[in-house]
Design a protein around this ligand. Structure first.
Ligand SMILES: O=P(O)(O)OC[C@H]1O[C@H](O)[C@H](O)[C@@H](O)[C@@H]1O
Length: 613
């Protein structure tokens, strides 16, 4: 298969040299064979933009310039050639030519990138790069343990990888098997957020058609969703390996999922401990539970790896290995990309190029959304994966100096060409509040498996045409886009694009001066949810007391609120009652139907020993 680099031989010569302004320090290309015969100095085309700014905050001229994207096809082609990035070992290419950043902007950004590169270098050397939580940030060490600042951590990373591989091999070979089946056939992963999204993306992208174990996920505290997954397992529950993933070991949704699954095991007469695996921080509630109950295995998570960057830890690697995915290839792809994104030469650093485009397109304040469009079904979950990686990292109220900035970049997307039949109408003609990122996969089918469904045209040609057509149509209407191209979806290329975006998010965070590695807003949500449940317990206690009277004393909402000493919570109490009534947990007193304020409710049966006290 001729790689893209093979297509750009010396035969491609610019039709004319252009008077151009070279960057002050002309970057040299990485040592790849991918090169163009233009002048030895990088050429920057005379764009149709006249914007110049003393600072980076976009001025009206710059905004106006954004609308005057390049129209001349020859100039566009030259810009494409000039800015195209290629990493030959990965077969990965990055095209930023359809983003309208100016030469002046690139020069303006240099000082910010200098600081960003320095901060990233210090992060990899073990600085407290997450100052709000006083933690190091070490997900890059997971794919290159020689970087780890502490020898003990290096050994831990290496030993954990080896134990993941040997455990998975033993499970697949049937050396480790469930009590009442010849071997494990299913994986039920219980986890949420970064303890689900990475494994889900990797499974969708890389699981073979007939994996040694088939994976399914419980990633929410929705009882119907949990019931559905357990029902689909049916008798195969007996050959299901349950992997419970939680870095903190205390996330309520995950804990509920575990309790629900353990109940299903009890009802099926199965011993959960013989089929349970925990992936969590040492001595967490989950870790201690698994240890005390004697679960099949436990694998570590570390406080220096965030949930949204944990897919290269046991969180993503164990489920992947059990599906027969080559996890060492994933790590290799990530490591190669990590090395490629360490260069401080902007034009030769794909993560820096992404971060620069994000900054240009969204004015450094998230003014435009990031639409992720993989034209490959198996990459369907990439946008959902990036929603957490990007938005939980960048969506922050304060910057590192304590200023209120309300930063962020909104991510959405699905897949092409499917989305062309959904929302791309708006992207093409509607509100221009986004920039697109196309993920292109060159290989349509394994060699020898393709055919022409019409003379000279394959199914994959349509997909290719739809991507390129959409890219052109958006650009023709002033909509900017980035294109990431990989030759095929493999563990190596998936590892690489994960690492690419992890680094881009880290660099962008430095450009906008925020901490990308904590998530204070999530705690607020957890606290609010706990308050609702505490109120519900008070409501139930009040109802239980009234229901134990003889005769039963149904209560109105106002009476309940009064007895809960929470008149200001009347609306939440109404919602609690409505939810419980819909689930037959409170009854409406005869003749009291009508407005919410006139309804009287009581418990079907009272509990003398008030369990809700
Ligand atoms: O892995 P856990 O500790 O259960 O956390 C699961 C998720 O919880 C929170 O939502 C955090 O913001 C996420 O970053 C994390 O991935």
């Amino acid at each position: 298969m001729a790689s893209l680099s093979g297509l750009f031989s010396s035969s491609l010569k610019p039709s004319k040299t252009l008077s151009v302004k070279a960057l002050s320090a002309p970057p040299t290309r990485g040592g790849d064979s991918f090169s163009f015969p233009h002048t030895s100095k990088p050429t920057h085309l005379p764009l149709t933009l006249s914007a110049s700014r003393s600072d980076i905050s976009h001025t009206d001229a710059a905004t106006a310039a954004k609308k005057e994207l390049i129209k001349d096809p020859d100039a566009l082609w030259k810009r494409y050639l000039d800015w195209l990035y290629q990493q030959k070992d990965l077969g990965l290419y990055l095209d930023v030519s359809r983003v309208g950043f100016t030469d002046e902007f690139v020069v303006d950004m240099e000082h910010r990138f200098k600081a960003a590169f320095k901060a990233m270098d210090e992060l990899e050397k073990g600085s407290i790069a997450n100052p709000d939580e006083g933690r190091m940030v070490g997900h890059y060490w997971l794919r290159n343990s020689s970087l780890v600042p502490k020898p003990t951590l290096k050994t831990l990373i290496e030993n954990t990888l080896d134990s993941i591989c040997s455990f998975a091999d033993d499970i697949i070979a049937g050396k480790i098997k469930p009590p009442s089946s010849p071997r494990f056939t299913q994986i039920l992963s219980v986890g949420i957020g970064g303890s689900a999204l990475g494994p889900q993306f990797v499974a969708e992208a890389l699981a073979p058609d007939n994996p040694p174990l088939k994976i399914r996920f419980i990633d929410n505290t929705d009882p119907a969703g949990i019931d559905h997954q357990i029902a689909q397992l049916g008798p195969e529950l007996a050959s299901t390996l349950v992997i419970v993933i939680s870095k903190s070991g205390g996330t309520p949704e995950t804990r509920n999922g575990l309790l629900e699954v353990q109940k299903a095991f009890r009802e099926a007469g199965l011993n959960f401990a013989k089929q349970g695996v925990a992936i969590t921080q040492e001595n967490s509630l989950l870790d201690n539970t698994a240890r005390i109950e004697g679960w099949l295995a436990r694998f570590p998570m570390y406080d220096w790896v965030g949930g949204r960057t944990s897919v290269m830890s046991a969180v993503g690697l164990l489920p992947a290995a059990l599906q027969g995915i080559d996890i060492r290839e994933m790590l290799t792809g990530a490591a190669i990309m990590d090395e490629a994104t360490r260069t401080t030469s902007l034009k030769n650093n794909p993560a820096a190029l992404l971060a620069m485009c994000w900054y240009w397109a969204s004015d450094g304040v998230g003014s435009k959304d990031m639409v992720i469009l993989p034209y490959k079904d198996s990459l369907l979950l990439f946008s959902r994966y990036l929603q957490q990686l990007v938005m939980e990292s960048l969506g922050k109220e304060f910057d590192l100096d304590g200023n209120t900035v309300n930063q962020g970049l909104t991510v959405y997307g699905n897949k092409g060409s499917t989305d062309q039949h959904a929302y791309i109408q708006q992207l093409r003609e509607g509100v221009p509040n986004f920039f697109a990122t196309f993920i292109e996969v060159l290989r349509d089918r394994p060699p020898g498996h393709d055919w022409e469904l019409e003379p000279g045209v394959t199914c994959g040609d349509y997909l290719f045409g739809m991507l390129q057509g959409t890219r052109s149509a958006l650009y023709a209407n002033g909509r900017e886009s980035i294109s990431v191209t990989i030759e095929e979806v493999t563990p190596r290329s998936v590892g690489a694009i994960i690492a690419l975006y992890e680094r881009a998010v880290g660099l962008y965070a430095s450009l906008v001066n925020i901490n990308a590695y904590h998530q204070p807003g999530v705690e607020a949500g957890k606290k609010a949810a706990a308050e609702v449940l505490a109120l519900q317990k008070r409501v139930l206690s009040v109802l239980n007391e009234a229901s134990c009277k003889d005769p039963v004393e149904p209560l109105t909402l106002d009476e309940i609120a009064d007895r809960c000493h929470a008149p200001e919570e009347i609306e939440m109490i109404y919602k609690i009652i409505a939810h419980m009534s819909a689930n037959d947990r409170v009854l409406i007193a005869e003749g009291s139907c009508g407005s919410p304020r006139s309804v009287k409710v009581y418990l079907g049966e009272c509990n003398v020993d008030d369990m809700y006290a």
